[in-house]
Design a binder for this molecule. Structure first.
Ligand code: UTP
Length: 291
């Protein structure tokens, strides 16, 4: 599997005013912008071709993955080898592609924009606003690829157990088995608590065969008037297609950067775990608590 799609077209309204003129996917968490963690995670599991689904105001993402010759030359002249090494990611053995979602009709519609890029191959979808694991040290996409190779299925989705109050924010699965890898019987987008079949929430990583595009074509606008990816997955299940779930491991939590509460948590955890500044920050926070 060499292709991945990263939808980054959303307006990020829950993070205004921070996202008025800057994509939420470019907000830093610790030292790096969010999308860089995502691309690094994907390249580690063998992805070579990355398509970003972008929208207005997202050109800084494109710039981030291009090579800035002037910057490289200046750093080289000044002998800043350490900083040059930090920019290595823009030379990774990956090709980056960009296409626009011309109307913001929802995540499902954003994925549909990847149809001709993907062709006949299975592909990964990684949401542009979610990091998996501290410093993105997660191999969940690798485990999903293994699941996809072992089972005859149309989709594999990462799931995370979430506390009750978060259930109405996510797509929630009804699992067929109580295992780390399970077959999905049903999936419901942002259910009310009383209709939620479990606390297993979609965790921002998916593998699909191109059959998802036919399902997306048939998906009517759902919650919020948007074409929901979860509703298309539900259609696949209704067609009799097999969909599997892979649970995140303990300690492999999903950092959803889409709202300030979880963005602040992610930034704090990543900064506290920083090898150079983490200890100093811990001392600083302790001194604030003493004051
Ligand atoms: P969200 O629904 O969390 O993003 O989508 P949003 O619409 O930007 O957020 P708010 O509600 O206004 O704060 C998750 C991911 O899917 C992308 C977003 O960019 C984000 O990375 N997305 C969402 C699209 O690419 N297109 C869309 O139409 C919607």
């Amino acid at each position: 599997m060499k292709n991945a799609v990263i939808p980054v077209a959303g307006l990020g309204t829950r993070l205004l005013p921070a996202t008025k003129s800057q994509p939420k996917e470019m907000l830093p968490v610790g030292r790096k912008p969010i999308v860089q963690y995502i691309v690094e995670e994907l390249i580690r599991v063998g992805i070579h071709e990355v398509l970003f689904i972008t929208g207005p105001g997202k050109t800084s993402i494109e710039n981030h993955f291009g090579i800035n010759h002037e910057l490289v030359q200046t750093l080289r002249e000044k002998g800043k080898e350490e900083l040059l090494a930090e920019l290595e990611f823009d030379r990774f053995q990956a090709q980056y592609y960009f296409t626009r979602q011309r109307q913001l009709l929802g995540l499902g519609h954003a994925v549909l924009c990847a149809r001709s890029f993907v062709g006949h191959d299975p592909f990964v979808v990684a949401l542009g606003d979610s990091i998996i694991g501290l410093h993105a040290q997660s191999d969940v996409v690798h485990r999903m690829q293994q699941c996809f190779d072992q089972h005859d299925c149309t989709a594999v989705i990462a799931f995370e157990e979430v506390p009750e109050h978060e259930i109405p924010q996510y797509g929630i699965a009804r699992p067929k088995q109580d295992n780390d890898v399970f077959e999905v019987a049903d999936i419901i987008e942002k259910p009310d608590l009383d209709e939620a079949p479990s606390n297993l929430a979609v965790a921002a990583r998916y593998i699909f065969t191109p059959k998802i595009f036919d399902a997306l074509d048939r998906t009517e606008p759902g919650k919020g008037g948007e074409i929901q990816l979860t509703d298309a997955i539900k259609l696949l299940l209704e067609d009799g297609e097999r969909v599997y779930g892979v649970r995140l491991n303990e300690g492999e939590r999903r950092y959803d950067i889409g709202n300030f509460e979880s963005y602040f948590q992610a930034f704090t955890e990543f900064a506290l775990a920083d090898e150079k500044y983490g200890t100093l920050l811990r001392e600083y926070i302790a001194s604030l608590n003493r004051a």
